[in-house]
Design a protein around this ligand. Structure first.
Ligand SMILES: Cc1cc2nc3c(=O)[nH]c(=O)nc-3n(C[C@H](O)[C@H](O)[C@H](O)COP(=O)(O)O)c2cc1C
Length: 159
């Protein structure tokens, strides 16, 4: 079966805290389990990037609901359509979560030669890399930005 997926970005509403994100995740995991939706949510400073996969009708309907949630705005679809893959990308996660921490930002800054580099903007502009980063987290349980950065075809440190 070909799974349908939507990858989108959004800006978190003011004063969104990690604890608010945990509430979102709790709701998401409970609902997505019943709806057979899998995916991952990245929380980067003041923005979200989320990958939703499942049956087309379910994913489209869920995305419409999520897009109306007042806890974020400016939802932009970055990728949408059949995944073209036989397996789900996040098969065992009804909704995985990675909060990019201050430490992660420090690691990124230390590695990056461009002082204007902004991870959120980078991933928003390169949805395939956003997905790869999520997959990296799915496969490794953490993101080693050094390794991710330097592997082939990933974010280059000079952009
Ligand atoms: C960034 C973000 C991601 C969300 N992801 C999901 C999700 O994957 N699944 C889900 O059921 N709700 C998700 N929600 C919550 C929904 O927007 C909504 O609040 C929830 O489904 C409850 O809907 P209800 O009012 O119909 O019960 C998300 C909300 C935000 C702000």
């Amino acid at each position: 079966m070909d799974f349908y997926r939507i990858l989108y970005s959004s800006k978190a509403s003011d004063a969104m805290k990690s604890s608010d994100v945990m509430n979102i995740i709790a709701t998401a995991q409970a609902f997505n389990k019943t709806a057979d939706v899998t995916g991952m949510l990245l929380f980067i400073e003041d923005g979200f990037i989320q990958y939703l996969e499942g049956a087309e009708e379910t994913v489209v309907k869920l995305y419409k609901k999520i897009a109306q949630d007042s806890r974020h705005q400016d939802c932009k679809v970055l990728l949408q359509g059949p995944s073209g893959e036989k397996e789900r990308s996040f098969a065992s996660w009804n909704m995985g979560l990675k909060i990019i921490t201050d430490q992660d930002f420090q690691d990124l800054k230390a590695m990056n030669e461009n002082p204007d580099f902004n991870l959120f903007n980078e991933l928003e502009g390169k949805p395939d890399i956003a997905k790869e980063l999520m997959k990296y987290f799915y496969n490794h349980g953490e993101i080693d930005f050094g390794k991710f950065w330097n592997s082939d075809n990933k974010i280059r440190k000079d952009i």
